[in-house]
Write a protein that binds this ligand. Structure first.
Ligand code: C5P
Length: 218
């Protein structure tokens, strides 16, 4: 690898993307939210009424997708879809995209291209295991199931959603179970990843902790 890469993998709702974005800002590196890529393909499939269980159709869709990911945002054909990709319907349907080997291969190539161009903090499920096995530093960021569901529930409430905590928890459990057991690129810590449990920590505390580990003071 020409550029430096820090990978942050872990289950849903662990705060990975906020932490990765802030860590990238501190380091002056680029931030890559790979979940947003899977979500953009999912949104495009739902909008285009592409059959989610048809891998060839999904691959054709991914091949002609015009997406861009400026820091913290997602664009589809020039439209800002940063909010739309967080919809519950998109979150639920994203598993079909995550299971599609051909689409994964495209997104992995895309992710590696980011790291060819700049130092990156990248966040997802398979970044340390599959996409960047040679990354300088790998973290598996997690938190207790209940705390993660609480955080996500609060976020959804703040956006005016009336989803219950129980529904958020059930969705999260189903998604984690699928992500951990999928045949290709399952979610798991890389052998050389350090697991960081963020239960009870604030975002700032987590960013500080990772920052110290990435750049130990002399
Ligand atoms: O992280 P986020 O919740 O945005 O990811 C949405 C879904 O995309 C995940 O549940 C997972 O199935 C898929 N994903 C993946 N590999 C990644 C990132 C996300 O399979 N590197």
């Amino acid at each position: 690898l020409v550029h430096r890469v820090v990978t942050i993998d872990g289950p849903a709702g662990a705060g990975k993307s906020t932490v990765a974005r802030l860590l990238a800002e501190r380091l002056g590196w680029r931030f890559l939210d790979t979940g947003a890529m899977y979500r953009v393909v999912t949104l495009a499939a739902l909008r285009g009424e592409v059959a989610l269980d048809d891998p060839e159709a999904l691959d054709r869709l991914a091949a002609r997708l015009e997406a861009a990911f400026p820091p913290g945002r997602a664009l589809l054909g020039g439209e800002d879809v940063s909010q739309a990709i967080r919809d519950v319907a998109v979150t639920r349907a994203s598993r079909f995209i995550a299971d599609c080997a051909a689409v994964r291969a495209r997104l992995v190539a895309w992710q590696r291209a980011f790291a060819d161009a700049a130092d990156v903090v990248t966040e997802g499920r398979d970044q340390g295991t599959v996409v960047f096995p040679d990354a300088a530093r790998k973290f598996f960021v997690t938190a207790s199931e209940v705390e993660r569901a609480r955080r996500r529930h609060r976020e959804l409430q703040a956006k005016g959603s009336d989803t219950t905590f129980e529904a958020v928890l059930a969705d999260q459990q189903a998604r984690d179970a699928r992500d951990a057991s999928r045949a290709i690129a399952p979610m798991k810590p890389a052998d050389d990843a350090e697991t960081v449990d963020t239960t009870g920590l604030t975002i700032d505390q987590v960013v500080d902790l990772l920052h110290r580990k990435v750049l130990p003071s002399p």
